[in-house]
Write a protein that binds this ligand. Structure first.
Ligand SMILES: [Zn+2]
Length: 335
């Protein structure tokens, strides 16, 4: 069997500090948390026993005497042998009984491991969440309180998972606390359906000095909205009949928030003409006035025209002498 000095790789003249530092060095290598071999387990027990014996003045002098490390002694070999056996057995027993010592070094080892090793930075994950807003909110801009599930370092064990050697009861040994966090997110006006808003640092918490993740809010706009969006303004398409297009008319237009307004269609209005109805759109928070409402007209006929009406068109068609399509084809370079 190797003697305790050989086990710790130290000289028999080693000081207590040298013994401690040698032990730490060995323990780091052979601790069962690090090294899972049977051999390491045996060595770890040996270095514990060696350090325990050599750090105790009484036990060390007896051990030295028994193994002849103390040159001043002058005893017979038999006596040395007996003493050595006695001490070894005694030390072994007390080692078994006294686990405090091992625990002390275990904790010490853990502490030094923490400071010695610089853990790798781990960046927090991004969090993606969805929100659906109404059409007018998309136009005007709005805000949403978002409830997100975030994990952060446990406030009791600070991520160590253990408190005084036993599992942290606060986080159940997970090292982190999972909680809902309310974050108020501003949604800018004129946002498009499916747009992503990034909120920096509000994702999962980074570990060991790693960066926090970001929070992404994906904005959906309600599909069944009566109003569409054009250049950031509310927008409507409205049919007018041929006589209104030719003669001009005053037509009722529904405006946001349930009212109606009158739009004046001038005579000879052509299809797809867009009108800007001032102060008839959604309320603008910045100006505290209503934005314009965009109205595009298209020419249509009623599905329930009376016979008399249709007869009138016959007269019109006989009077018609225009080159509507020829002009169109010319414009489009069809001939
Ligand atoms: Zn904890």
């Amino acid at each position: 069997m190797k003697n305790y000095y050989d086990i710790l790789d130290i000289l028999p003249t080693a000081t207590k500090d040298e013994i401690k530092s040698a032990f730490r060095k060995k323990a780091r290598k052979y601790h069962p948390d690090v090294n899972h071999t049977i051999e390491a387990e045996i060595i770890f027990k040996q270095i514990n026993l060696a350090a325990k014996t050599l750090l105790d003045d009484n036990m060390r002098s007896q051990y030295d005497f028994a193994y002849g490390f103390n040159k001043k002694t002058d005893h017979s070999k038999q006596k040395k042998f007996e003493n050595a056996r006695y001490n070894y057995t005694k030390a072994k027993e007390s080692y078994k009984k006294q686990t405090d010592f091992a625990q002390y070094f275990y904790n010490f080892f853990k502490e030094t491991q923490k400071t010695a090793k610089t853990p790798k930075k781990i960046n927090g994950e991004d969090i993606v969440t969805n929100v659906t807003i109404a059409f007018d909110e998309a136009l005007k801009g709005t805000s949403r309180k978002v409830n997100i599930l975030q994990s952060e370092k446990c406030p009791k064990c600070f991520g160590a998972k253990f408190v005084n050697g036993s599992k942290c009861t606060f986080c159940d040994g997970k090292g982190e606390k999972v909680s809902y966090k309310k974050i108020n997110i501003k949604i800018p006006s004129g946002i498009k359906d499916g747009a992503k808003i990034r909120v920096k640092n509000e994702g999962e918490e980074g570990k060991f000095g790693g960066k926090n993740g970001d929070l992404y809010l994906i904005v959906h706009i309600e599909k069944n909205a009566a109003f569409k969006s054009m250049d950031g303004f509310a927008y409507l398409e409205v049919p007018i009949d041929p006589s209104e297009a030719v003669l001009g008319a005053q037509i009722k237009i529904p405006v946001p928030d349930c009212g109606t307004k009158v739009l004046k269609i001038p005579p000879k209005t052509r299809a797809n003409t867009t009108f800007k109805l001032m102060e008839s759109g959604f309320l603008n928070a910045q100006t505290n006035k209503r934005d314009p409402l965009m109205v595009k007209v298209f020419i249509d006929i009623s599905p329930c025209m009376r016979d008399k009406e249709i007869e009138m068109y016959r007269i019109i068609s006989q009077e018609q002498n225009n080159t509507l399509r020829e002009d169109f084809y010319d414009r489009k370079n069809y001939n």
